[in-house]
Design a binder for this molecule. Structure first.
Ligand SMILES: Nc1ncnc2c1ncn2[C@@H]1O[C@H](COP(=O)(O)OP(=O)(O)OP(=O)(O)O)[C@@H](O)[C@H]1O
Ligand SMILES: [Mg+2]
Length: 230
């Protein structure tokens, strides 16, 4: 679904992403691990087109998208759940979900399935985003990204600052979406146990480079826990 080849990215003079290559496959969760500040968010933003890359290629279903705008990448089927959620605090839950459909025609309904995945959003449909708990906001951010039915879902640290029961719910939803087989998922995570449980494939970054990769089932044996321990 997604093929990233040899990307390099700079913030001003700082070389942040160094020759990053990986693939994300339909029906699989590809987990991206790494300590603070190694470039995980920068990588995910460059997939979405929110930061420009200097060189390398990004292909979605075999088509190069590295020059496309974030808007066009969303239209091409990428859903993005940013670190820190970035929901619209003053808009209601329903309005936030509609924002996820902004590039679809005005009559596109909010898929009812989102309320099956996250029943709390139905109960709170008229509440303002800013009045939800952190965990509820995270569920809203995921539902907003899912609303247009993406083929590739990118999540940046969805468990950050969230209570365990909601982390479990989010994990179940991610597994279920992958198991359906019609979506590729890229999940950036620092919570090792959550990452390991969900990973079909993993990548570890350090100082902007991928320093380890493999199958999720081999993470423990390959010492990934120690690699990312703080
Ligand atoms: N807009 C920016 N301008 C300049 N430098 C930046 C910018 N955003 C991030 N950086 C730097 O790029 C590096 C990678 O940051 P990034 O946010 O990608 O890390 P991260 O792995 O997501 O970290 P965290 O785990 O804390 O979220 C860091 O050194 C950071 O200071
Ligand atoms: Mg980050």
């Amino acid at each position: 679904m997604l093929t990233v080849k040899n990307i390099h990215q700079y913030y001003g003079g700082s070389h942040i992403l160094r020759d990053v290559s990986f693939q994300a496959t339909l029906g699989k969760v590809t987990v991206l691990l790494g300590r603070n500040g190694v470039g995980k968010t920068t990588l995910l933003k460059s997939l979405m087109g929110l930061v420009p890359i200097k060189s390398g290629s990004i292909e979605l279903e075999g088509k190069p998208i590295q020059k496309a705008t974030p808007y066009d990448r969303a239209r091409a089927g990428i859903g993005f759940v940013p670190q820190g959620r970035e929901i619209f605090a003053r808009l209601t839950v329903e309005e936030n979900l509609r924002m996820g459909l902004a590039y679809k025609s005005g009559s596109t309904p909010i898929p009812s399935e989102l309320f099956e995945l996250f029943p709390v959003l139905k109960q709170m449909i008229n509440r303002r985003g800013g009045d939800l708990s952190g965990g509820q906001q995270q569920q809203l951010a995921i539902a907003r990204a899912l609303a247009p039915k993406p083929k590739l879902l990118i999540l940046d640290e969805p468990t950050e600052g969230i209570q365990p029961s909601i982390i479990k719910d989010i994990g179940r939803v991610i597994r279920m979406l992958a198991d359906r087989g019609d979506m590729a998922i890229v999940l950036c995570e620092q919570y090792y146990d959550f990452a390991q449980e969900l990973a079909d494939d993993y990548l570890v970054m350090e100082r902007g480079e991928v320093i380890a990769r493999g199958l999720g089932k081999d993470m423990e044996a390959q010492g990934v826990r120690q690699l990312v321990a703080i």
